[in-house]
Design a protein around this ligand. Structure first.
Ligand SMILES: [Zn+2]
Length: 458
């Protein structure tokens, strides 16, 4: 225990100190200020409420003298489009794509997810990485071209879409089908899906530009049976039929294989690995057998070699003593680029057995990878290579890029931020955030990419 005299002395000293002034709020760059406001708009999907985000972005474009167009689906889902045109472009354009909707925040946050809080040098909030920061970086680069009155050898289109997090059917897919005029002359797209890799001490090891991805096959399976009282035997229970059918489906052994875009990805990655992993990455055909990998793989890597089946939603009864007459499950299937979706579906129906109704909620045809060449890929490489090597990547997720690849338009997934694992765990998880200096560096990178892309010299 401290002696009384020194406590009195300390109290006297403390009383002489003037009260501390409140800490000054850190000054945000213009794009960081935009992102802060953007993060304050709750666009959780469902329902999306993208209109509020589209209005906000349209306001910035209007202040910069850039005309924009709001395009709404019959359900009222808003998408925002703007085109910076140049007579020198010959009508050809790059499309800057991002989605305004976010996944609902979920539990576990240490800050309010839609407050746009700045803390510890980070801007916090749902969408800080997926995908509002990319949208702001694209917007800032577009505004920069306009302010500088830069000569454009290509048009630049800014497109903010709805509904990506729920499959994109009321966003990009709908726009492509109903409003082809918005995409006139688009020769390449830059959207989400890329990533960077950091090593010890946060050192940037490489930039990954996503050129190929798995495809969704989202299913709803339902069955019906005899409902009634929970007491007694009832083999016709819908719940029991569902559980047994799903067990047969999940019990089928997974079949591994190396599909060509995954082989290309592994070969591109091999030179960036240490000796141990270089051998694995450059020999995947020898490492992957049909019944599984013959060697230890990096976490998550096995997903690149098989079609995955995940039962994510189960619906049955809600009372312990009542047997429901109907039950259903939603299944998130992810297919390799060259899997025959119809054959996969037929096999799934066979495994489930009789009495099941199988509905396809979202599907996507096979598409070729985007070429590792061309004007946009060249601009990405030129802008990013001074910091780290640029590699084409394959991802186990899916993005709206698939809708463009289906139409033969090259699409590239980019994350213009150097992110460590502690950053990326916020994507679809709690405490999503972006470092403020990294956001500003992302703006610089996107400006450089666009400058190289639109410059006539190239
Ligand atoms: Zn996203």
């Amino acid at each position: 225990m401290r002696c009384l005299r020194s406590s009195i002395l300390l109290a006297l000293l403390l009383s002489a100190v003037p009260p501390a002034a409140p800490a000054a709020a850190p000054t945000l760059s213009e794009p960081a200020g935009w992102l802060q406001q953007y993060l304050r708009l709750d666009t959780s999907n469902p329902p999306g409420n993208e209109q509020r985000a589209a209005d906000f972005l349209a306001g910035i474009l209007q202040r910069e003298g850039i005309a924009s167009r709001m395009v709404k689906t019959p359900e009222g889902r808003a998408n925002l489009w703007a085109r910076l045109s140049s007579p020198a472009s010959g009508g050809r354009a790059v499309l800057l794509l991002h989605h305004m909707d976010v996944v609902p925040p979920g539990p576990g946050w240490s800050v309010e997810p839609f407050a746009g809080r700045v803390r510890d040098g980070y801007l916090w909030g749902r969408g800080a990485l997926d995908d509002k920061s990319l949208g702001i970086v694209q917007l800032a680069a577009l505004v920069d071209l306009k302010r500088r009155r830069a000569p454009l050898a290509r048009d630049v289109i800014f497109l903010a879409v709805a509904d990506e997090e729920n499959g994109g059917l009321r966003g990009t897919a709908w726009l492509l089908a109903q409003h082809p005029e918005l995409f006139q002359g688009v020769e390449a797209v830059v959207g989400e899906g890329g990533r960077s890799q950091t090593g010890a001490g946060g050192k940037l090891l490489w930039w990954g530009i996503e050129v190929s991805q798995k495809r969704p096959l989202w299913l709803e399976v339902s069955t019906s049976g005899r409902g009634g009282h929970g007491a007694g035997l009832n083999p016709d229970s819908a719940n029991h039929q569902l559980v047994q059918g799903l067990a047969r489906l999940l019990g089928a052994p997974p079949r591994f294989r190396v599909s060509p875009p995954v082989r290309d990805y592994c070969r591109a990655m091999a030179p960036l690995q240490n000796k141990y992993w270089r051998r694995i990455f450059s020999n995947v055909d020898a490492v992957i057998a049909e019944n599984g990998p013959k060697e230890f793989l990096m976490p998550g890597m096995a997903n690149l070699f098989l079609d995955t089946v995940q039962v994510t939603v189960l619906r049955g009864g809600d009372r312990i003593n009542v047997i429901p007459a109907a039950a259903s499950a939603r299944i998130d299937v992810r297919l390799l680029p060259d899997t025959d979706a119809n054959a996969f579906l037929k096999n799934g129906e066979r495994l489930l057995g009789p009495g099941f109704d199988v509905k396809v909620l979202v599907t996507s045809p096979p598409t070729p990878p985007s070429p590792v060449s061309g004007r946009l890929y060249g601009a990405l490489e030129r802008a990013l290579r001074p910091e780290a090597p640029v590699v084409p990547t394959f991802i186990a997720g899916f993005t709206d890029s698939r809708f463009f690849r289906e139409r033969g338009i090259a699409a590239y997934g980019l994350s213009p931020f150097r992110l460590g694992p502690e950053d990326t765990q916020g994507i679809h998880g709690p405490n999503e955030r972006i470092s403020l200096p990294e956001l500003d560096r992302g703006v610089d990178r996107m400006r450089r990419i666009l400058s190289f892309y639109v410059s006539a010299a190239q």
